[in-house]
Design a protein around this ligand. Structure first.
Ligand SMILES: Nc1ncnc2c1ncn2[C@@H]1O[C@H](COP(=O)(O)OP(=O)(O)OP(=O)(O)O)[C@@H](O)[C@H]1O
Length: 271
């Protein structure tokens, strides 16, 4: 495709939404965790998905990344239908994620954890990049060098040789983000990236999220820390009982009566 065609496509994607969710349904037995959800994430935005506990946020992320199968509805990413795609194809299409509970290989080094995130973009398979002779030497060197660059980008320069489990909690979360970035995603899904962080770690995270956005990576994040949500988000979608109750910029969301009602006694005041 020529450059003009790519530019036109990029504009079309940003106008119509890089990620378009329509009528999404996910049930667990008698519980409808996500109930006819419509949501649009514009290309280039930091988009937050918020809502009270149990409102369906993590389930939505899990369906987008095909950890769970949708029971109905459609998810289009840059126009392509994701529902029915296996999770590795979704990763290859350009969507990466982190998890609410950190999922690092604790005994492996920090840089090796980040290298693993790269496997969707290399010819070598999962883990084989770490085995001598398992990948081409040149590819392995390039993968290691770009993993080191990503560690510097997330503020963990010099931590590459430590075992992942030896790092403080907040640093482990940043390793997870580096690992997700290693797959060069266009859309990065973050499930409660500030959970368990102290205020200093959260401030560092806010700065990192802004730098990721500056790279042109679109972010969709679930977060309970309203200070983070209100300071980094371009748009916010609010869920309650699996349904979309509001979508808009932070100031409009903070004033929305339905949102305030859903959060009565909750944490929106933190904004
Ligand atoms: N694997 C599962 N099996 C059965 N029920 C589930 C499962 N995952 C989620 N649920 C239910 O679906 C509903 C939505 O849960 P979900 O974890 O998506 O909410 P959430 O908004 O992410 O909550 P939190 O903010 O507490 O993480 C809840 O009623 C939950 O109990």
């Amino acid at each position: 495709m020529n450059g003009l065609g790519e530019a036109a496509n990029a504009i079309a994607a940003s106008e119509s939404g890089l990620l378009e969710i329509r009528g999404l349904i996910k049930r667990f037995g008698g519980v409808t965790a996500v109930n006819a959800l419509d949501m649009t994430v514009r290309g280039g935005d930091v988009h937050a998905l918020i809502g009270p506990n149990g409102s369906g946020k993590t389930t939505t992320l899990n369906v987008i990344s095909a950890l769970y199968h949708a029971d109905g509805g459609s998810i289009r990413f840059d126009g392509a239908q994701l529902v029915g795609m296996p999770s590795h194809a979704i990763a290859k299409a350009g969507i990466a994620r982190t998890f609410q509970n950190i999922r690092l290989f604790g005994e492996l080094s920090v840089v090796e954890n980040v290298m693993i995130g790269r496997h969707v973009r290399t010819h070598a398979g999962f883990l084989s990049a770490l085995v001598p002779g398992g990948a081409t030497a040149r590819e392995e060197r390039a993968t290691r060098a770009s993993a080191q660059e990503l560690l510097a980008f997330v503020g963990l320069d010099g931590a590459g040789d430590a075992t992942a489990r030896s790092l403080p909690y907040g640093d482990q979360r940043r390793v997870e983000i580096a690992r997700a970035l290693a797959s060069e995603p266009r859309l990065l899904l973050l499930d409660e990236p500030a959970a368990g962080m102290n205020p200093t770690e959260t401030d560092t995270l806010i700065a990192l999220l802004r730098r990721i956005r500056e790279l042109g990576t679109t972010l969709l994040l679930i977060e309970h820390d309203m200070n983070l949500v209100m300071s980094v988000s371009d748009r916010i979608t609010v869920l309650n009982f699996g349904q979309h109750i509001a979508e808009g910029p932070p100031d409009a969301i903070a004033r929305n009566p339905d949102v305030i009602t859903a959060y009565l006694g909750g944490t929106l005041d933190a904004a």
